[in-house]
Design a protein around this ligand. Structure first.
Ligand SMILES: Cc1cc2nc3c(=O)[nH]c(=O)nc-3n(C[C@H](O)[C@H](O)[C@H](O)COP(=O)(O)OP(=O)(O)OC[C@H]3O[C@@H](n4cnc5c(N)ncnc54)[C@H](O)[C@@H]3O)c2cc1C
Length: 381
């Protein structure tokens, strides 16, 4: 996409965030209500097809542009980028590893937002140690039978297709499990629990149980050749997920900085705005510096992916730094707001609740350090 077109798109999203998201978040966030009108607008912008290739009806954005979109949305409300993320991870898996039939069947409807996707790797007993998953798919003639429990499925209720990781034989495979969207589940699938979260509210994160759920043989991603390949493929799709989460961190950190700067110019103590006290000025300087570094790291990781490089290490570094920065800046902004920052009347209270998700989702900070260290040691060899 040409630079000018990209800038116009980002400006349009920024206006939507300023006019239609930020003033209304509290109407949805505190009582955990799905923001239908905001999500309809994401659909109208074409963002359910953000990274889906144009030949399948998507916008075909490169990862650098997608990261800017995610940053802007998260500056307004981080949950909005969560509505898109696992949907686009599922689409990425289909686009990169699916058969032509799977691509033609699923991608155009996913690009329009008519069909929503989610990504289901984690289980109650396996998160960081994802390969220890226990959900199993057993072949039965032309079908597969799924049994197991999946945890933390963001968008799981509204999704019409689940990118599901399950054991097949000794390996792990990825299935595109189609289901009716809704709270009732479908066939042998049930939505067994809605998870009540500290932050990242408004969109659903659920536990899903599969009991003897039958799916057609054609649901195996990549066809018969995909048997046993799913885990490797999922890790590669998580590269996009990590850049998404890192970009969310930048968006939340920007919102925290903006709020802190504004408040520190308005609030007066000892006869002057608190920004004029050197301790607060220094804090603002540190916040702005970390925010700038985080943004550059996300842009660098995204540019590497766009250049066709495998960027696990740089995506991991960006995710590690940007997510920790978001949490630090959310707390700094709360400190600068004094007692007001501890109330639901001020934005920083929500940022403080939303920020830790980025430290956990798509691999915790500890797991990012493991990934980075493994690459450093491999490079040395
Ligand atoms: C709100 C939310 C939404 C989510 N959405 C999804 C989703 O849509 N799809 C999905 O598949 N998953 C999703 N997840 C799951 C998420 O990816 C996991 O929570 C995450 O990977 C951590 O796994 P865990 O919770 O099992 O923690 P654990 O793996 O139990 O880790 C616990 C602690 O131990 C540390 N630790 C673990 N192993 C090591 C090690 N080897 N070395 C050092 N430290 C270690 C971790 O860093 C962490 O601090 C979501 C999670 C949340 C909270």
């Amino acid at each position: 996409m040409e630079a000018e077109v990209t800038d116009v798109m980002i400006d349009t999203i920024a206006r939507f965030v300023d006019d239609d998201v930020i003033p209304h978040v509290n109407e949805f966030e505190l009582d955990d209500t799905y923001p239908d009108a905001m999500v309809d607008q994401l659909q109208a912008f074409g963002l359910f097809g953000a990274t889906i290739p144009e030949e399948h009806g998507g916008l075909g954005l490169d990862v650098s542009t997608y990261a800017r979109v995610v940053e802007e949305l998260s500056r307004g409300w981080m949950s909005l980028s969560g509505v898109l993320n696992s949907h686009l991870i599922a689409a990425q898996l289909i686009g990169q590893f699916g058969t032509e039939g799977q691509q033609q069947k699923l991608l155009p409807r996913m690009a329009s937002g008519e069909l929503r996707g989610c990504f289901s790797l984690s289980e109650p007993d396996s998160g960081s140690d994802a390969a220890a998953l226990r959900c199993r798919a057993t072949r039965d003639g032309d079908e597969w039978i799924i049994n197991g429990t999946k945890m933390w499925v963001t968008n799981g209720e509204r999704a019409g297709v689940v990118a599901l990781l399950a054991k097949t034989g000794d390996g792990i495979s990825c299935f595109m499990v189609e289901k009716a969207p809704g709270p009732e589940g479908d066939g042998g699938i049930s939505i067994s629990r809605h998870i009540d979260k500290l932050g990242y509210r408004g969109l659903e994160t659920v536990e899903m149980s599969y009991v003897d759920h039958r799916i057609p043989g054609a649901a195996l991603l990549g066809g018969d050749e995909g048997d046993g390949q799913g885990f490797r493929w999922a890790l590669s799709a998580l590269e996009l997920g990590r850049i998404n989460v890192a970009a969310r961190g930048v968006g939340v950190a920007q919102a925290a900085f903006d709020a802190a700067l504004k408040y520190s110019k308005e609030r007066k103590t000892f006869g002057k705005p608190i920004a004029q006290h050197q301790a607060i000025g220094f804090k603002l300087a540190e916040m702005a510096t970390k925010l700038h570094a985080a943004r550059l790291m996300v842009r660098d990781a995204a540019a590497r992916v766009d250049a066709g490089q495998r960027a696990d290490m740089h995506a991991g570094m960006a995710k590690l730094f940007a997510s920790e920065t978001a949490s630090e800046l959310a707390l700094d902004a709360m400190r600068i707001h004094g007692g007001n920052g501890f109330t639901t009347e001020y934005l920083v209270e929500r940022l403080y609740r939303d920020a830790p998700l980025m430290i956990i989702g798509e691999g915790t900070s500890e797991i990012q350090k493991l990934v980075i260290a493994r690459h450093l040691l491999a490079e040395e060899r």
